[in-house]
Write a protein that binds this ligand. Structure first.
Ligand code: ASP
Length: 339
């Protein structure tokens, strides 16, 4: 029979190896000083041969948002604050399909979805189908911080917005001429098409916005915000407010997606990338590329992802993806196509 000392030794070894194998938790977060950040403005981009001025305007918008995140993280701000701040800038920019400039649904109105998640605590919040909230990502954060729920939708989310006093705007405030033209085109084509055609056609103009960040304390966060798909049925909710589909952060990785939401939900895209890393031992690049290039289909969209070492992956299977990357080493770049 094992002596008491042997028994204690075995218990100690078991405890130590359990601690070594378990996934990183809040207490394991290490301040590395190596902050990093990535953002996207959607996987539906202008053609390469679009007017130079238009491409440059989009680049400038991405740079402005990226600079906000960089300054915040460089000053020691949290990943959570950074992703919210960056997404707010992109929501306010009419060039992207979130907040001002959101696409129209088939009724000619806007219904907005957003979510936010903090990696080391798994705290998260989301809103779906909001109509008068200027910055849905901030309402999502308040759902996380001030309720015991994760996702509020429609009238309930609107009522919560009143309760917490976030900035409101009339639904028409989100209108832009550009998006109205796309809706008219979509509705015209839809009239001519059979139901089957309509289902097989990839929806155009993905312009969701998102941001993932690692802060100097080693904490990860992700936020995503969207107007959804042009001409969507009213009441349709995409992947953006579904944690694990279009947005996810845990202690290993933070992911934000853009593309056909239904596909992202079916394949639990964001969480699958995290799971491949956590349980399959894949690197960030391997996991993100496997899901975007092999699980999803051509033109479904893309993701931005960042791991706890500050490595960034931005795979997409569309013609391009508005994206930007920055980190503590001085990296600061935006890209639209494979250039
Ligand atoms: N993923 C968004 C949705 O399906 C659309 C987009 O990325 O533009 O709601």
């Amino acid at each position: 029979m094992a002596s008491r000392a042997q028994h204690l030794f075995l218990v100690l070894v078991a405890l130590l190896s359990a601690a070594a194998c378990s996934s990183p938790r809040a207490s394991d977060q290490r301040a590395t000083g190596r902050w990093a950040l990535a953002l996207h403005g959607g996987a539906g981009v202008l053609d390469r041969d679009a007017p130079r001025a238009e491409l440059d305007e989009h680049r400038a918008s991405l740079e402005a948002a990226l600079a906000v995140g960089r300054d915040l993280l460089a000053a020691g701000g949290s990943a959570l604050d950074a992703v919210e701040a960056v997404v707010r800038v992109l929501e306010d920019d009419p060039r992207f399909n979130a907040g001002k400039g959101a696409v129209f649904n088939e009724e000619g109105r806007h219904e907005l979805d957003a979510s936010i998640m903090e990696g080391h605590t798994l705290r998260c919040g989301a809103v779906a189908g909001v109509r008068t909230v200027k910055n849905p990502v901030s309402l999502a954060r308040l759902v996380m911080e001030r309720t015991r729920h994760v996702l509020l939708m429609g009238d309930g989310a609107e009522q919560f917005a009143t309760l917490v006093g976030v900035e409101r705007v009339p639904n028409e405030w989100f209108d832009t001429e550009r998006r109205r033209k796309v809706l008219e085109e979509v509705l015209r084509e839809r009239k001519q098409a059979t139901v089957l055609d309509e289902e097989s056609k990839p929806p155009r103009a993905y312009g969701t916005v998102g941001c993932v960040a690692l802060d100097a304390e080693g904490r990860l966060a992700a936020a995503t915000s969207t107007g959804g798909l042009t001409g969507k049925r009213w009441g349709r909710v995409g992947d953006t407010p579904i944690l694990g589909a279009g947005n996810w952060a845990d202690a290993h990785v933070a992911v934000s997606g853009t593309g056909t939401g239904e596909q992202f939900i079916r394949h639990a895209v964001a969480r699958t990338i995290a799971a491949r890393m956590q349980f399959g031992g894949e690197s960030l690049d391997e996991a993100a590329n496997a899901v975007v290039q092999r699980t999803l289909s051509k033109d479904d969209g893309g993701v931005i992802a960042i791991d706890r070492h500050g490595r960034i992956a931005t795979p997409y299977n569309s013609d391009g993806m508005y994206r930007g990357m920055a980190d503590a080493s001085g990296r600061f770049e935006v890209r639209i196509h494979e250039d």
